[in-house]
Every structure is written in structure tokens, then in C-alpha cells.
Design a protein around this ligand. Structure first.
Ligand SMILES: [Zn+2]
Length: 83
């Protein structure tokens, strides 16, 4: 599991944390049960995109696209649920 946003620097990290928080704030409590396999990747970075793909597991799959960020990047944020 790798959703550590700090590696992208403070500006990107703060923005990403806000996107992730906003997503969870607008979901119902019981919408996604038994969540795991949380993952995050910057779009267009092959090593990150490959790691992201490898972190996908079974059952329900959610993948969100966040962007453009303050520094002009797009990110994938995802998880699995419903096991
Ligand atoms: Zn499962």
C-alpha cells in the first residue's frame, strides 16, 4: 500500500490530501465496505503506474483521477472494496 503523498513535495501533498479527503467526505458510510489496496500514482510516470497496477487486488475496484494539480500533474488514486 502506497498512498504517501509527501514524496511529491508539500504543495502537491497538501492538494492531494485535500482531494482524497474530499472524496471520502462525499461518500456514504456504507458505500465502500472492507476497503484495502489503497494506491496512488502520478500519471505519466511508468514506474509509478506499474506499481499502481500491481497493487490492484480483487472484488470491487475504484480508481479516481485527480488533476490537474497546482503543479500541473494528474494522479490516480484507487482502492479495492467489498471483500
Ligand atoms: Zn476481494
Amino acid at each position: 500500500m502506497d498512498t504517501n503523498t509527501s514524496k511529491y513535495g508539500p504543495v502537491e501533498a497538501a492538494w492531494l490530501d485535500e482531494q482524497i479527503k474530499a472524496f471520502w467526505a462525499r461518500t456514504e458510510d456504507d458505500e465502500f465496505e472492507c476497503t484495502d489496496s489503497f494506491r496512488l500514482a502520478r500519471k505519466g510516470v511508468p514506474a509509478e503506474e506499474q506499481e499502481y497496477e500491481e497493487e490492484i487486488t480483487c472484488c470491487g475496484k475504484m480508481d479516481l483521477e485527480f488533476g490537474p494539480s497546482p503543479e500541473g500533474h494528474t494522479y490516480w488514486y484507487g482502492f479495492n472494496y467489498g471483500h
